[in-house]
Design a protein around this ligand. Sequence first.
Ligand SMILES: Cc1cc2nc3c(=O)[nH]c(=O)nc-3n(C[C@H](O)[C@H](O)[C@H](O)COP(=O)(O)OP(=O)(O)OC[C@H]3O[C@@H](n4cnc5c(N)ncnc54)[C@H](O)[C@@H]3O)c2cc1C
Length: 334
Amino acid sequence: MASDKIVDIAIVGAGPGGMACAIEAKLAGIENIIVFDKAPHHNDMIHKFYKKGKRVDRDWMGIKFEFVGNVRFEECSKEDYIQQMDDLLASHGVLDKFVYNHEIMRVNKGEDGLFEIVYGNEVADEHKVKARNVILSVGRMGKPNKPRYKFPKEIRDRLNFNLSKVENGERVMVVGGGDTAGEYAYGLVELEGMEDCVVTLNYRKAEITRMNPINTEMTLKYLNNGQLINKLGVDIESVEPSENGKIKANFTDGTSAEYDRAVYALGGTTPKDILVNSGIQTGEWDVPVFDEKTMETNVAGLYTIGDVVTDQGSIALAFNHASFVLNDIAAKNK
Ligand SMILES: Cc1cc2nc3c(=O)[nH]c(=O)nc-3n(C[C@H](O)[C@H](O)[C@H](O)COP(=O)(O)OP(=O)(O)OC[C@H]3O[C@@H](n4cnc5c(N)ncnc54)[C@H](O)[C@@H]3O)c2cc1C
């Protein structure tokens, strides 16, 4: 894929929401799209979490749904549902738009107004695509890896898996040695409005070996100039409430330190992280802020649909969300 590849819509997630977007886009005459999924096929959640032969209900959990868009399904077994979706994607000629086995960590809107999506662990040009619009339809399955020690409930609010709760002026410890940890750590140092945070990077190994070249360079730059406090080469043994009600982290070398917040980036991110990482505002209970008629977020051109934005999601609801988004994008394209 060339570095200047620009698509009209990039869709992240090929569950019911994402695949319905691909079909709605085609029907709206928008063919220049790409769909990413971290799994090796579409509808992975259904493959994985529905038991064999399960009936796929339209009115899931007793909530009645009318289909408002073009994508629908007939109630049937799990296996037949997947076949129906395969046939639907094939008959609309969109199967070749799907790129599997790639987890997208974030989308960044550049000064040119286009979103840049880097996929895979590569930073080479062939792993980048730019998009005029992005739809995040990442569901809500998946959970972050947790450390072995317990999170005491008095400080649980301070022990996080992304940067969404960090406030300016806090002493923040980022824990981990991979790309996400690096990007959280130096990202926080560089983040406008967070200039007064004091950021520590903790990783049990003394060397950074798991980050891509850009993240390694950026992280080392800030570790070397002191803007990132270096706590590499030592593990955390436990965390407990400090005398001030903050976090007291006890390290395996016998030292301890106090932090306002710890942000764990140990892999296995939650789907919601991509929303936060992409600059989408969240409100109470971490719920993303979006326009319910169009599903557009606070970032113009960035939409989010399906389970990741609903408490009580269903296939029909994800299909309907897809039609709201495509109506909006198609109207703006006129
Ligand atoms: C056991 C069970 C039974 C259910 N039964 C029914 C039913 O009978 N009828 C019904 O209507 N609903 C049912 N539901 C709910 C329904 O499955 C969901 O509401 C629906 O799948 C939501 O679709 P979605 O596209 O929002 O998310 P998902 O189906 O979760 O799809 C999200 C996709 O995004 C991909 N993804 C996530 N993060 C990334 C990333 N960072 N990069 C790339 N790809 C990513 C995932 O691999 C996945 O393929 C059931 C749910 C469960 C758990």
